[in-house]
Design a protein around this ligand. Structure first.
Ligand code: OGA
Ligand code: MN
Length: 248
């Protein structure tokens, strides 16, 4: 079975991808406070538009539910992963502005089997992001998303139909900035700095109540705390939980 990938969406309307977050009144989605993941809180920056006294419970929850673990893979592991994914270069980057509104400047594939060395990295991802009962099982296919230097992903929520509680992504080749924005109250906004070789883990409120985007292009320049973060080509290895059987 293929995962939902952007290629699949080329002929779809934007709304098919831009899943409306669950009708959530604050507190409906439990945050994952009880499950400790030790990301670096300095890699999360809450924009000043989110006032300190506004939605404080959500602020606490987002700091738990969006985590970035720097140096998750070593340089040697990165080299080994890239070597195994070299094949992706046979595809051209899709730079078409009109093909899909969700993303620009990308090519992608999926992978479920890995060399012994790379399988160890993937099993570390499962250990870090999918070991709790709530996270559920990781789908066997890892989504390999190659974003050109000028490419970017627009704000969206991964469709509930294709993905469960957790989204975990390794960033290779380049640092990037991921912007999260509350689906109903856009002033509740934060950036996650995703250094090269880091792993991000998005779940709970971050996965369901906020849209996420990978910054780039004129509309959402890649910046961190106001300073530009030049983006090179970036390869993301994204693991997702299996959707619950009841997902629409
Ligand atoms: C996606 C997505 C983020 C990333 O594929 O849905 O949001 O890290 N990707 O590239
Ligand atoms: Mn996504």
């Amino acid at each position: 079975m293929r995962l939902l990938t952007f290629s699949f969406l080329k002929n779809c309307k934007w709304k098919a991808w831009m899943q409306n977050p669950r009708k959530i009144s604050s507190g409906t989605v439990r945050s994952t406070v009880e499950e400790k993941i030790t990301g670096d809180p300095n890699l999360i920056y809450i924009h000043p538009s989110w006032k300190a006294d506004e939605e404080q419970h959500l602020r606490t929850a987002i700091m738990t539910d969006m985590q970035v673990l720097p140096d998750f893979v070593t340089e040697a592991e990165e080299t080994s992963l890239l070597a195994e994914l070299e094949n992706i270069k046979k595809y051209r980057f899709d730079m078409c502005e009109w093909c899909t509104q969700a993303i620009q400047g990308f090519r992608e594939t999926e992978r479920s089997t890995w060399s012994e060395e790379n399988a160890l990295v993937m099993s570390r991802v499962r250990g870090a992001a999918f070991s709790s009962a709530r996270a559920g099982e990781a789908l066997p296919h890892v989504h390999v998303l190659d974003l050109a230097a000028a490419g970017h992903i627009r704000p969206h929520v991964d469709a509930l139909r294709f993905c469960g509680e957790v989204i975990a992504g390794i960033s290779l080749l380049s640092t990037a900035v991921m912007r999260l924005e509350h689906a109903q109250r856009p002033q509740l906004r934060l950036d996650a700095l995703l250094p090269q070789r880091s792993l991000y883990i998005m779940r709970g409120v971050a996965r369901y109540e906020f849209t996420h985007a990978v910054c780039g292009g004129a509309g959402a320049p890649s910046t961190w705390r106001g300073a530009p973060v030049p983006r090179r080509r970036r390869l993301a290895l994204i693991s997702r939980s299996r959707p619950p059987p009841t997902a629409c």
